[in-house]
Design a protein around this ligand. Sequence first.
Ligand SMILES: Nc1ncnc2c1ncn2[C@@H]1O[C@H](COP(=O)(O)OP(=O)(O)OP(=O)(O)O)[C@@H](O)[C@H]1O
Length: 233
Amino acid sequence: MGNLDSLTTLLDSVCLDAVDPQGGARRILHPLTLEITQGTVAVVGANGSGKSSLLRLIAGLVEPSSGTVTFAPGPPRTGFVFANPQAQIVMPVVAEDIEFSLKQAGLARRQRRAAALEILEDMGLGERADSSVYELSSGERQKVALAGVLAVRPELVLADEPTTLLDLANAQEFQHRLLNMEVPVVVATHDLELAAQAERVLVFEGGRLVADDEPAPALTFYRQLALGQHHRR
Ligand SMILES: Nc1ncnc2c1ncn2[C@@H]1O[C@H](COP(=O)(O)OP(=O)(O)OP(=O)(O)O)[C@@H](O)[C@H]1O
């Protein structure tokens, strides 16, 4: 892709429905039109409000029931950080997992090991390069998953509750990385301190986007909504 500064993600009248076991349709996301550009966008909302569904739509992991998701100037290389690192670690040895990501991204075999070690070093995991992923702590595993995503130099980062397994210091370090990425980042989170540091906050309720603003007003709105003090018009 050409100019990273200009990646725009456009959701145009996107709806997402799920078919329930009885054959009826249940609306997960109501019509949503949204443009995402540079910076970090935090997505907040109650459990089941549609945050992960939004990320999965942008990632192309699910197709919208109607409407379109498009990218300008073209589809980006997307990195998806899941809440559960088990979902994305595929190899039994730490460095091999990163090398696998690099292989998928098309890096030549002879360059993969050095590139993997470099990112692991950078993430403070250099000494675990040859460890079995099964002997890592949950937080270490989360960092390996993250390293695998960052190693491929994504042009768009989508992160779904990425810090839940991390201790305070690691969570802060991860947040710092996320907030200082040179590419657009969309992060679904219940961590309102993280959301407060984003450039923009989207608030979801029952599958609808109910606020899209700078963090301070959006989070005030969300707190009132979540704590039942907001009176709907
Ligand atoms: N494939 C599916 N089939 C049926 N229902 C689904 C499907 N995917 C999501 N849902 C439902 O859609 C709603 C939104 O789910 P989603 O995972 O997007 O919420 P969320 O805001 O990320 O929640 P949480 O904070 O708990 O992670 C939930 O009620 C969920 O059960």
